[in-house]
Design a protein around this ligand. Structure first.
Ligand code: FAD
Length: 394
């Protein structure tokens, strides 16, 4: 039987940060993962460049049934702390936009940095190892793993959420939480594209698949995001769509302002005065791709020279472009979602230590908890911050 101070299950973003920090404090740390490689999601993230944090990270960038929970950890390990670590390792990075920091070269630079820190601190990393049983002892826990029995004082669950099962995601963390009497909040896919089945809308999306519209304002349930949207074969994606998906519930209507930077009624009236013989599709081609302008002019409106539109018709065109309303059929689900919303109820976990309030010595960090960030590096910042917080106490 192996005996260790700290056993961390899940060598993803949160588990790696917790391991290197706890080992840095002099704790004996064993980090287990059932996958054949640590940090698979880090490697896939940010289109292969890992959007590892956000310069403007604040508690307001996170969703949770308990919105205050994330504050303490985020304040004790900030984006600047992680940027400092990245700088120490000489990893080249840049701001893409909106404070989002990406590696210049590859996401692997962040994973190598974390693995290097783990190795230097003496973390024992064991891959391709699964856990079949967990028992609580008087002090600590005993686990049956595929590599034998392990005893530890502190057990950290860092197994993430359900998103992208092909990258090793499982519901393991939720099962452990349940075993030790924790409440789970319903889980669903977040930061995920929408699917559309309405035949007319679907035809539009398929025709425009690959077309991006810059600077749209997408709103739902009192939340709005201003960013690009992208048409796909199956529906809609792009940053503004992914963001709003975390606030959408089945049956809800999305409101999309395709041109929030233009006062449309005034602009259309002005164009009608200045170029009365121009057709609507010619005018729209100055705002969208030619193909999209043609499709909108023909399928949403009746295309004709501007002078032939009544003021009421122009008003209706402006209203439709500024408030395109649609009800998605659903989302692409965990297959492509960047995060899992919901999870272990944070009201039963200490916001200071990440320790279970139900079972001493048991800790939950990262995405397995009911804390999910907006798109833009916030989810990794939560993984770093919660992993760091737990590491001070394990
Ligand atoms: C495609 C994609 C791109 C993303 N891009 C970004 C981005 O650019 N910026 C950003 O901030 N966020 C991004 N995210 C979100 C981010 O990756 C996650 O929020 C973050 O990885 C969560 O960290 P975690 O350590 O809690 O979980 P994970 O990183 O998912 O790690 C969990 C680990 O636990 C292991 N595990 C699971 N079950 C078991 C088990 N039963 N036994 C043993 N081990 C187990 C897994 O193999 C995995 O290694 C992206 C997500 C995806 C899917």
């Amino acid at each position: 039987m192996q005996v260790t101070d700290v056993l961390i299950i899940g060598a993803g973003a949160a588990g790696l940060m917790c391991a290197l920090t706890a080992a840095g404090r002099g704790r004996r740390v064993l980090l287990l993962d059932h996958a054949n490689k640590a940090g698979k999601k880090i490697l896939m993230s940010g289109g292969g460049r890992c959007n590892f944090t956000n310069m403007y990270c604040e508690p307001g960038n996170f969703l949770s049934a308990n919105p205050h929970f994330c504050k303490s950890a985020l304040a004790r390990y900030t984006q600047w702390d992680f940027i400092g670590l990245v700088g120490k390792h000489g990893v080249a990075y840049h701001e893409k936009k909106l404070g989002q920091l990406f590696c210049d070269h590859k996401a692997g630079d962040i994973l190598d940095m974390l693995l290097d820190e783990c190795a230097q601190a003496g973390v024992e990393l064991r891959l391709e190892t699964s856990v079949s049983e967990i028992a609580r002892l008087e002090a600590g826990y005993q686990l049956q793993t595929s590599a034998g029995l392990v005893r530890c004082q502190s057990l950290v669950i860092a197994t993430g959420g359900l998103s992208i099962p092909t990258l090793g995601a499982t519901g393991f963390g939720y099962q452990v939480a349940k075993q030790f009497g924790h409440r789970l909040l319903p889980t669903r896919a977040g930061l995920v594209p929408f699917t559309i089945t309405d035949p007319q809308l679907k035809a539009l999306c398929t025709e425009l698949s690959g077309t991006s519209v810059e600077d749209c304002l997408v709103s739902c349930n009192g939340q709005s995001f201003r960013e690009n949207i992208l048409f796909t074969h199956r529906g809609l994606s792009g940053p503004a769509i992914l963001q709003i998906s975390s606030f959408w519930q089945p049956g809800d209507t999305l409101h999309i302002d395709l041109l929030p930077h233009i006062d449309l009624p005034e602009w259309l009236a002005e164009q009608q005065r200045e170029r009365p013989n121009s057709e609507l599709k010619t005018l729209l081609a100055e705002l969208f791709t030619k193909k999209m302008a043609g499709l909108l002019a023909d399928s949403w409106f009746v295309n004709k020279p501007l002078k032939q539109y009544t003021p009421g018709e122009l008003k209706a065109i402006a209203a439709q472009l500024a408030d395109w309303q649609l009800v998605p059929a659903g989302t692409e689900g965990y297959r492509t979602a960047e995060v899992t919303l919901g999870g272990v109820d944070t009201r039963e976990v200490s916001s200071k230590t990440m320790e279970s309030l139900k079972s001493p010595g048991l800790y939950f960090i990262g995405e397995v908890l009911d804390v999910s960030g907006h798109l833009g590096g916030f989810n990794f910042q939560w993984a770093w911050a919660s992993g760091y917080a737990a590491a001070q106490y394990v």
